[in-house]
Design a protein around this ligand. Structure first.
Ligand SMILES: *Cc1c(COP(=O)(O)O)cnc(C)c1O
Length: 370
């Protein structure tokens, strides 16, 4: 792409289409694809992602919070939106914006019914979250009767889907646990369907569920990270294309003599002549302090340059002793060839965290080659 002159996050829509098609190719005909666009579309731009995904055929969207769903509606997104983790205080707004709640406990179910009744709703679409072992959100297997009792008392809501979430679908050592989760979901879902007298959409898989557990596809899958170009495993990463590339420039170059120190708390000491570059991106932009002190690196003209010293709020310093470069040259934090998964791993974290940390202060540039 073009050389950048400041810190930018480039968002490549052709890559999004590629990833979408790849994930689709893993699904049987008729299985719906729900695109997860929470957390600013995994740190990119939720509206840009959702508009493009809506255009290329995503069946459903999910966000974490009601405010994220409202932002999509206000931007003109009309596709159904599941809110994965709503709080009762936002139920009125949720209904006003035609968002669909995940109801994950009796407390939340009761509060939602009360508000739906006040708003005189009939068969408002809701999604029942079942806990099958992640133990994060969701009804337990023995809550089924309680759910049915609540439903029998009202016609204000109707169950649009029953769903659950896998705890370790990317971890092949946890196959047995995952299969137990799939079986537990099947069992609870069929108990509920028997008592409901109708069949909601069933869904359980995230991206790694899509890739590793065809048996867990059911009627719909919920994919987030895969759409953004990461497959949680090298074999899948190689098939996908990172949508976001984080780029910056060299602001200034310094020469350190042996014994000189660099940055806050003098965390780096030069043991020989060291050429350093200062880059306008810091922890306030999403490059956390865990990337400092050679845990993280950037790429300049195809060469690795480690972050030295502590990460500052608005800048990092890197070691360019062996790299031919000058002030104003482009710096890649992550892109196609040096991916966010690789950078994150060096600092003991995962692509999800690095991507979603990129703060609103970083300018987004959309590249649309259509
Ligand atoms: C975030 C999330 C997803 C998406 O997971 P990926 O691993 O990014 O595909 C799916 N389902 C739920 C409940 C989530 O919270």
């Amino acid at each position: 792409m073009s050389n950048v002159k400041e810190t930018v996050l480039e968002i490549n829509l052709a890559h999004l289409t590629h990833n979408y098609n790849y994930l689709r190719s893993k699904l049987k005909l008729g299985v719906k694809l729900l695109a997860v666009v929470k957390a600013a579309g995994y740190g990119s731009d939720a509206v840009v992602m959702a508009k493009h995904l809506e255009k290329i055929g995503a069946d459903y969207f999910a966000v974490a919070y009601v405010s994220e769903g409202i932002a999509l509606r206000e931007a003109g997104i009309t596709t159904q939106i599941l809110v994965l983790h709503p709080q009762p205080i936002n139920f009125l707004a949720l209904i006003n914006y035609q968002l669909e709640p995940s109801l994950y406990s009796s407390r939340v179910l009761k509060e939602f019914i009360a508000i739906a009744e006040t708003k005189k709703q009939k068969e408002y679409p809701v999604h029942i979250k079942l806990n099958t072992g992640l133990n994060r959100l969701g009804f337990w297997e023995n809550d089924v009767d309680d759910i049915i009792d609540h439903l029998n008392e009202t016609d204000s809501i109707r169950i649009r889907s029953l769903f659950s979430h896998l705890a370790a679908s990317e971890d092949h050592n946890e196959k047995e646990f995952t299969i137990n989760q799939i079986n537990s979901f099947k069992k609870t879902a069929s108990e509920m369907i028997d008592q409901l007298g109708y069949t909601p959409i069933l869904h359980q898989s995230n991206t790694s569920g899509v890739l590793n557990y065809p048996k867990a596809h059911f009627d719909m899958v919920r994919t987030g990270i895969g759409l953004y170009g990461y497959g949680n495993e090298t074999i899948y990463d190689n098939q996908l294309k990172p949508v976001a590339s984080l780029k910056s420039v060299i602001s200034q170059i310094h020469m350190l003599e042996p014994g000189e120190t660099l940055g806050y708390n003098r965390a780096f000491t030069a043991d020989s002549f060291t050429k350093t570059a200062t880059i306008p991106i810091g922890h306030a932009d999403g490059i956390g302090r865990q990337y400092g002190n050679k845990k993280g690196f950037v790429t300049i003209h195809g060469k690795k340059a480690y972050i030295i010293g502590n990460v500052c709020m608005d800048m990092i310093m890197i070691d360019i002793t062996d790299i031919e470069c000058k002030e104003g040259d482009e710096v890649i934090i992550f892109d196609n060839s040096s991916s966010a998964a690789i950078i994150a791993e060096g600092a003991g974290t995962i692509s999800y965290e690095l991507l979603t940390a990129i703060s609103p202060r970083v300018k987004r540039i959309v590249i649309d080659n259509n």
